[in-house]
Ligand binder design. Sequence first.
Ligand code: SF4
Length: 581
Amino acid sequence: MSLLAIDKLAVRYGSEAAVNGLSFALEAGESVGLVGESGSGKSQTALAILGLLPATASVGGSVQFDGTELLGAHERALDRLRATRIAMVFQDPMQALNPYLTIGAQLGRILVRHDLAVGRAARDRVIAMLERVGLPDAPRQARAFPHELSGGMRQRVMIASALLCAPELLIADEPTTALDVTVQAQVLDLLEELREDTALLLITHDLGVVAGRCERMVVLERGRVVEQGATRDVFAAPTHAHTKALLRAAPRVDASDVPACEAGATVLAIDGAEVRYRVDGRQRLHAVRGVDLEVRKGETVAVVGESGSGKSSLVRSALGLVPATAGRVVLSGHALPPDINDRSLAARRGMQLVFQDPAGSLNPQLRVVDIVGEPIAVHEPGANGAARRERVTRMLARTGLAAEFLERFPHELSGGQAQRVAIARALVLEPEVLVCDEAVAALDGTVREQVLELLGKIQRDSGLAIVFITHDLDVARSISHRVAVMYLGEIVEHATTAALFGRPQHPYTQALLTAIPVPDPQNPGGKASLAGEIPSALTPPPGCAFHPRCPHARERCHSEAPQALDISGSRVRCHFAGNLQ
Ligand code: SF4
């Protein structure tokens, strides 16, 4: 008898089928990856197993856990099962944790509720579990509220809460999607280390994660299983077209196929940029520290780094959206005032921005024709309605959207279509520079690939210069000609894309590349070579800011800040660049 046996599971919302006759089994102690894009039915399956689907869902088929049918089971029986025998780790720990209770109190309640421990015994068991998941100074963290912890720490707390009752099955729903790549590797290592005899159902859109962590995999498309088998076999010889498409869109970290470029003259030059924010009226958060960056016509420069590295502050200061405290921004030979309100209309139209969340960046009350036409109305008030509509139609066509989209509202668009509209809006005034701030982070693999291809095509046709902010090195690899890696407000390595991926020089770049899970079960990557997380920019470490996490740090690194050195054509901010083992 399988630990979990799902047979012809169906979940419907009215006439919409979210899960459509799905069947698979999971054995005790086994790890299985449930893989698919958004809307493929992965999370609905997890919620059905746990009896957590909303009342509006109608459910059919069978879900058996250790021989007991869960569909239609009494709520009290399900409640007992959840947390004691089946536990779940959600994507967003902030939503899953109670913001009004300390970490210790909410974990302690789990033990009390299931009669496993009370009082001091419960407190000791919680602290022991927090120590096991690697929370530094666990007794103090137990007294903290969720908002006082970083995203990585909160996910460790979620794992602690899931494993507290030693469940037989752990369901992890995109447990690392919201985390930076180095923290993702730490959390995945932790899951693997701690689960011991616990079976794992790992729900993910990322085939790289499955390659390194799951013995078997089940591929979903639109609520159906399209392929399943041993992970090695599916990766070696995928049979279904959807699996092949997912594999093509999966991350890679080699230097092959990086885009070629014949860049022209410098369009945008950022010189000695400094950004400081005032915090609590007195402290100064030094978000960007003396950054130089150039982008040339027809070229894409990716700025990569983890959350808190300063990459968004850098480009927002170049756009004048946050005032730079020092430095210069020069666009096509003209120095720009630091504040956008002091910039001329011509300077503003020369540089445009595309945001991460396409739905959130489009006015929900306007139709596409007005969203894309709005910049024309502002910058060219003389253009009449018919001329504007004509230009909007042409611009939409360039982004691959037919004229039928003109009259749609944002809620009638898919994520990929909404991001095409956002790109059309940014490009309708034909800027010289397009700044994309995590512009594909919210999109699924295949849609992301299409949007990146679209940007590449527009660039080849128009000579557009692109600055692409991303935390995703695979995205940087596939779209950029040069890459600047930021850490705590500084560029620590700046190189051509081929050099950066072929011969990474800075220890931080090397760690980022080894942390990326790649879709190769023989060599899956995703290794956590860095401890801890990026420190706060309020209290940057002295000397080399990277030294507390650097595996190569020596005495000198603790007190002396490194200058950028030229190593084989790469600019590297490390005392020992070129001489690291
Ligand atoms: Fe590491 Fe020292 Fe180089 Fe900084 S200067 S990256 S701490 S070796």
